[in-house]
Design a protein around this ligand. Structure first.
Ligand SMILES: NC(=O)c1ccc[n+]([C@@H]2O[C@H](COP(=O)([O-])OP(=O)(O)OC[C@H]3O[C@@H](n4cnc5c(N)ncnc54)[C@H](OP(=O)(O)O)[C@@H]3O)[C@@H](O)[C@H]2O)c1
Length: 159
């Protein structure tokens, strides 16, 4: 199954200068819980912003650079090949902006963390056509010492 996971703010902003512009520990734990033992597919810029492969996951990285190398990741140059031959239950489209834009129409479910703030950023998630999606669940949480803003965990499935 092709899934997608993202955290965005009220304007669908996902990043600023190749970083994530908030500290929400609960979201990091949710990402870990959902994607461990699965495959994640990310763009080269997101991979470099993380700086290392995420453990206990198959890390696929998409780049047009034919001589790109790094330990512990699978490198793809082809849009279609990157989502083929999935050896795990799920492949998560993991970002960033370019990757979400290109793959959103191929995704069967989305795990969204909606951070209840409006940051100044430079990377955005595409607008979601809610006619095409069913809300499986939507949980709301308040900020606390580990989570600097209120946030919602949303799970959508394609109709
Ligand atoms: N909030 C979240 O949930 C979340 C999640 C992930 C990332 N982010 C944020 O998103 C931002 C990065 O997003 P971004 O859009 O700038 O970069 P990106 O999507 O991570 O990576 C873009 C790169 O992917 C490669 N690529 C894209 N399409 C390709 C294709 N069709 N074929 C081959 N290679 C392709 C290219 O690499 P080459 O240039 O090497 O050819 C391109 O420069 C950062 O701020 C990051 O922190 C946020």
């Amino acid at each position: 199954m092709i899934s997608l996971i993202v955290a965005y703010d009220k304007n669908r902003c996902i990043g600023k200068k190749n970083t994530i512009p908030w500290k929400i520990k609960a979201d990091m734990l949710r990402v870990k819980e959902l994607t461990t033992n699965q495959t994640i597919l990310m763009g080269r810029k997101t991979y470099e912003s993380i700086g290392k492969p995420l453990p206990n996951r198959i890390n696929r990285v998409l780049t047009r650079s034919l001589n790109y190398t790094a330990n512990g990741i699978e490198i793809y140059h082809d849009f279609d090949m990157a989502i083929k031959n999935i050896q795990t239950e799920k492949l998560f489209i993991f970002g960033g902006s370019q990757i979400y834009e290109q793959y959103i129409d191929k995704v069967e479910e989305m795990y969204i963390s909606e951070i209840q703030t409006c940051v100044v950023g430079d990377s955005f998630f595409p607008k979601i056509d809610m006619e095409k999606w069913i809300v499986v669940s939507c949980e709301e949480y308040d900020s606390d010492e580990d989570n600097e803003y209120n946030y919602k965990f949303i799970h959508l499935k394609r109709k």
